[in-house]
Design a protein around this ligand. Sequence first.
Ligand code: MD3
Ligand code: FE
Length: 216
Amino acid sequence: MIQSDLDLFGPQPHRLANHTVLLPGFALPDLEAILDALRPVLRAAPFRHMCTPGGLHMAVALTNCGELGWVSDAKGYRYSPTDPVSGQPWPALPDVLTAFASRSAAVAGFDGFAPDACLVNHYQPGTRLTLHQDRDERDFDQPIVSVSLGLPAVFLFGGLQRADRTQRIPLSHGDVLVWGGEDRLRFHGVLPIKPGVHPRMGERRVNLTFRKAGCG
Ligand code: MD3
Ligand code: FE
């Protein structure tokens, strides 16, 4: 088969590590449905800058939907069933988003993924996310699905030790990244977002991460 034939089927999945798969542009066909589902979530639980346990304001603004939402305050990082701003439960995870995350995970080789949490991160130009591990979830056997929207980003893909060397992976509007298994606890981060205006999303990058944060 010649290379131009492959292009007819769109960009192919790209394995970054044993259990990490990049699906370039996988969210693009569902983009408007995803944004429609997100709109009422953002109305009920607007983006906010949370405080770190160290007392600093996070550069990334965030919100959540689903049974559990990731929160940070003086007491630490954890998942909470309620939004600390409203005192109400987080907005439900829209079916469109649950189905999309599950389908993404399946395409990447993780069958039966049923997220109970969707963390929505909002980056402005200059915002970065320092190297960290995601370890506030209960079951590290479950994968995480991440959807990048808006301005492009370079993410840092590290190893299981903070000091391990990092790969730089460009992420574009519509890209979906799925990782699990032995890659679940890799250190990772996002370099400062370059200034720009995305034609659909404006002067921002929005990242959705779908997780199974609770038990059962
Ligand atoms: C995890 N978000 O919210 S997701 C986070 O783009 C977070 O907003 C980033 O890290 C964001 O906790 C990155 C993509 C990602 C990429 C590679 C990873 C997460 C990863 C490798 C190992 C573990
Ligand atoms: Fe993370």
